[in-house]
Design a binder for this molecule. Structure first.
Ligand code: MLT
Length: 263
C-alpha cells in the first residue's frame, strides 16, 4: 500500500481549545461545511479537510481505501500540530471518521456522524460503485456523478431551496475524475464498522435529515443503538445534505457535541 501525501486542511474558523475537524461527503470537498462552520459558536477552531483526490488534496495511493483516507486525515492534522479533535464526518466523511476512531483512538475525542451509516455495501451497491468508478476513469469526466444532487437533496430543498442544486453541481463539476473514482473504490472496499461505535469511549452525536433517502433515519438509529449514550438529532425538512440544507441545525448539534467533549 502506498501512502497519501499531505491532504489539504482548511481553517474555516479560528479559535482555541479542542478543535472540530470536519470531513466531507462524496463527491464533494471542504466547501460543503462552510455554512455549518459559520453557524458554530465563536471561539471554536474549525478545520475541514479535503479527502484524497478531492478538493485541493492530492490523489490517494493504491489500493484505494477508507483506512488510507483516515490515516491521511489524521496525518494532515498532526502535521498542523493538532493531536486531538472532535471529528465530524458526513456520509463518506462518516465512514472515514469511523475508521479514524478505530485506528487512531487517541486522536478522535468525540464523533459526529452526519447523514451516514456504519454498515458495508451489499454486492449490488458495491458493483454499482465500481461501475461508476470505471465510467469516470474511462471518460475522464465526472459526468457519471453529475446527477447526484437529485438524490443528495431532500424533497423540501428541491422545491424551497432551489439554489442548492446548482451549488452542489458546481462543487461536483470541479472535482477530479481520478479522485472521484478513487473515492468510489475506497467506499466499495470498506467493511462494516458498527462495532467501532460499541468500543468508542468518547461522546457520539448522530445527525440525520428527516428526508434523507440515501442514509435514512433507520441507518441513524442503527448508529445510535450501537453507540452507548449517543444522541440523535433529526433535522426536519432536510435530506442527505442536512449540513448544507439546514446548516444552523447541524452546527447546533456539532456545538453541543463539542461542549460535552471539551468538559
Ligand atoms: C456521500 O454523500 O458521501 C455518499 O452518499 C456516500 C456513499 O456513496 O455511500
Amino acid at each position: 500500500m502506498t501512502t497519501t501525501p499531505h491532504l489539504a486542511l482548511h481553517t474555516l474558523r479560528e479559535g482555541h481549545g479542542l478543535p472540530v475537524l470536519l470531513v466531507h461527503g462524496f463527491p464533494l470537498d471542504h466547501r460543503m461545511w462552510e455554512d455549518a462552520a459559520a453557524a458554530l459558536p465563536s471561539g471554536i477552531t474549525v478545520l475541514a479537510v479535503d479527502l484524497p483526490g478531492l478538493g485541493e488534496s492530492p490523489l490517494g495511493g493504491e489500493p484505494p481505501s477508507i483506512e488510507a483516507a483516515a490515516d491521511a486525515v489524521v496525518d494532515a492534522a498532526r502535521a498542523a500540530g493538532i493531536e486531538r479533535a472532535v471529528v465530524v464526518g458526513m456520509s463518506m466523511g462518516g465512514y472515514v471518521a469511523l475508521a479514524a476512531a478505530e485506528r487512531h483512538a487517541d486522536f478522535v475525542v468525540a464523533l459526529g456522524l452526519v447523514d451516514t451509516k456504519s454498515t458495508a455495501d451489499d454486492d449490488a451497491a458495491r458493483a454499482n460503485r465500481l461501475r461508476i468508478a470505471d465510467a469516470v476513469s474511462e471518460s475522464r469526466t465526472v459526468d457519471a456523478v453529475l446527477g447526484m444532487p437529485g438524490a443528495l437533496l431532500g424533497a423540501t430543498s428541491k422545491v424551497a431551496r432551489r439554489g442548492l442544486t446548482a451549488r452542489l453541481e458546481e462543487w461536483i463539476r470541479s472535482q477530479r475524475p481520478d479522485g472521484v473514482a478513487w473515492a468510489q473504490r475506497a467506499m466499495a472496499a470498506r467493511p462494516d464498522r458498527t462495532q467501532v461505535l460499541a468500543r468508542f469511549a468518547g461522546p457520539v452525536a448522530v445527525v440525520v435529515g428527516e428526508e434523507d433517502t440515501l442514509t435514512p433515519i433507520e441507518a441513524a438509529e442503527h448508529l445510535v443503538a450501537a453507540a452507548p449514550g449517543a444522541t440523535l438529532v433529526v433535522v426536519p425538512a432536510a435530506g442527505h445534505m442536512s449540513a448544507v440544507e439546514d446548516a444552523p441545525a447541524v452546527a447546533n448539534a456539532i456545538g453541543d457535541l463539542w461542549a460535552v467533549a471539551r468538559d
